[in-house]
Unconditional design. Structure first.
Length: 430
């Protein structure tokens, strides 16, 4: 049986961040990393650019090939952990072998949600969350001369898939159950701008609808039938309705799970030598501390670093996750941060808006008790960093609220104390 001081399951961004944090404190402790994927550490947000043909495989690397050797990691690639056994301090692999650990970090990420669609088990139906998915889709397009595709889901994954396929001159229809695209982070105005831009690029949208069944011939996709009864031709279907935490390996282990693996502000689970980070972890949210799963790359990195440090005994505190999405859709840049979709039940909330729909520009700011809680920027996103800083630092905007939507809003518009804090980390007197 192999054993190590630190065992890490997964090798995406949270795992890499954890290794880097461990090695800052502990240069000698043994590390075993187990991943069901290959050796290459790649940048997951880039898979749409790879599918579009804009980025070559070698440029997908998130860390260089020598990373494992440099950090003295024993890598077990293309190996699947099937079970965590906390009482024995071991993880069990698919081949039956066991690995013992001193401390364990679970970074198994998210897995795609696949609804039960009649006829979907044919060639030409794909998910789009891994580099392997992008490679499989690319190969299928070439081998079958794909001309038209249907994407189920108009969230971030679906829209990134649409961008990539449009770049390959494939005719796209996006099918979405909600009444607008990016429904969890965009309001109607923001969605309308993107709808228009997508339509201009020849992308068709079928909203408030879903796929009832996949139609096929000779074992390959030929089209889909929607719940509304509409039939669409397609040689390719991408299922992109979302991801859920990949918690399979901890079932029955005694590790506390709700939607994801529940962790505290040091990424520690209810079992003291087991940690979780990234898309599999359910950690405190920034607003009110309510636990949430946040499938966002920068946040997974932050959580990984905190977990790695904590495993060596260095406690740093996770400040809570903020929902953040940045994506360019049909040549229109967009970003949404924080609380952006309101249901009308919120107290002391004020919404500021400015739009120039003709030029695809829209700005929306959500304030609670004069503190920024959310922002949507469409078309012009160059002030996103300042708004995000104001959200994270809980700055009272009372004295400059009327400037927030101005074209020339920038650092100079902010109070002197806060400007000083931004450049020198001087505590604010606000």
């Amino acid at each position: 049986k192999k054993t190590a001081d630190y065992v890490i399951v997964g090798n995406s961004v949270a795992a890499i961040a954890a290794v880097e944090a461990i090695r800052e404190t502990d240069c000698d402790g043994s590390i075993i990393m187990v991943t069901k994927e290959g050796e290459m550490i790649y940048s997951r947000p880039m898979i749409s650019y790879y599918l579009a043909g804009k980025v070559k495989l070698k440029n997908m690397r998130y860390r260089e090939a020598g990373f494992y050797k440099q950090h003295n990691i024993q890598l077990l690639a293309e190996k699947k952990v099937v079970k965590v056994e906390p009482k024995k301090n071991t993880v069990k692999l698919g081949d039956g072998s066991l690995i013992g650990y001193g401390r364990l970090l679970i970074t198994t990420g998210g897995e795609p949600v696949n609804p039960p669609i009649k006829g979907a088990a044919v060639k030409g139906v794909f998910n789009f969350t891994t580099l392997q998915d992008a490679e499989s889709i690319s190969r299928f397009i070439k081998a079958n001369d794909v001309k038209s595709a249907v994407i189920l889901g108009a969230g971030l994954i679906g829209l990134k898939a649409a961008e990539a396929l449009l770049a390959r001159k494939i005719k796209i229809t996006i099918v979405e159950l909600a009444d607008r695209i990016l429904a969890t982070t965009f309001d109607k105005k923001a969605s309308q701008i993107i709808d228009k831009a997508l339509s201009k690029q020849g992308c068709r949208l079928e909203l408030s609808d879903s796929i009832k069944q996949v139609i096929s011939g000779k074992g390959k996709v030929t089209g889909v039938e929607l719940l509304s009864g509409k039939k669409l031709d397609a040689q390719l279907v991408v299922i992109a309705i979302g991801v859920r935490p990949n918690i399979e390996i901890v079932k029955g282990s005694g590790i506390k799970v709700k939607r994801g693996i529940v962790v505290d502000n040091a990424m520690q689970t209810n079992i003291s030598n087991i940690y979780a980070a990234g898309d599999v972890a359910e950690a405190a949210g920034f607003f009110g501390g309510r636990k949430m799963v946040l499938a966002i790359w920068p946040d997974a990195y932050r959580q990984g670093r905190i977990a790695g440090a904590a495993m060596t005994g260095v406690k740093t505190r996770y400040q809570g996750g903020i929902v953040m999405n940045s994506v360019e859709i049909a040549s229109v840049p967009t970003i949404s941060v924080g609380v952006t979709v309101l249901d009308g039940s919120e107290d002391n909330v004020e919404v500021l808006e400015k739009s120039d729909l003709k030029n695809s520009i829209y700005r929306k700011i959500v304030l609670k008790d004069d503190c920024l809680e959310g922002v949507i920027l469409v078309g012009k996103i160059d002030r996103a960093g300042i708004y995000t800083g104001l959200i994270k630092d809980r700055v009272k905007t009372t004295s400059f609220k009327e400037l927030l939507l101005n074209e020339d809003f920038g650092i100079i518009s902010l109070p002197k104390d806060y400007r000083k804090h931004m450049v020198s980390d001087v505590p604010m007197m606000m």
